[in-house]
Design a protein around this ligand. Structure first.
Ligand code: ZN
Length: 152
């Protein structure tokens, strides 16, 4: 990877880790789930509001963890807001591939995936992949109506 691209990604992670977006509890949320990554100590809670058309009308999270886990949760909430449940799940699958392999054959021209690419560097650090994917596991748990998600 080019150094300047790496620096840009680093900056995105630091920015979202320091100032996570949608870092708030939703009152009377339609769905909620908790996520736990015991390997690193990352924990989060996620709330979703779904509209009648099956779109994610609002999403919020709160939690504590490493910069990667918080940045990933922040990016995830920004990305899935306004998406249908189906679209959100597909993005989750793509993101998991991206985090594990660092490659993203579908990223080009896809604004959402391009944003998530900031976390592609974690594939070089297998123990951090779980930090990056925890938010997406937690999202799936919330969409499934499960209350707990674990990275294990
Ligand atoms: Zn972590």
């Amino acid at each position: 990877m080019f150094d300047d691209l790496r620096d840009l990604y680093q900056e995105v992670i630091l920015d979202h880790g320091r100032k996570p977006r949608n870092f708030r509890r939703l009152e009377d949320a339609d769905r909620e789930a908790r996520g736990d990554n015991p390997m690193c100590g990352d924990r989060m809670q996620l709330w979703l509001d779904l509209d009648d058309a099956g779109r994610i009308a609002d999403v919020g999270f709160q939690g504590k963890g490493c910069a990667i886990s918080m940045a990933s949760a922040s990016l995830m909430t920004e990305t899935v807001k306004g998406k249908t449940v189906e679209q959100a799940r597909t993005l989750g699958v793509r993101f998991r591939d991206l985090a594990m392999t660092g490659a993203c054959p579908d990223c080009e021209g896809d604004e959402d995936l391009e944003r998530l690419q900031a976390l592609s560097g974690v594939h070089e650090f297998p123990s951090r992949v779980k930090c990056a994917t925890l938010a997406w596991h937690t999202l799936n748990a919330a969409l499934d109506g499960a209350e707990e998600a674990s990275s294990e």
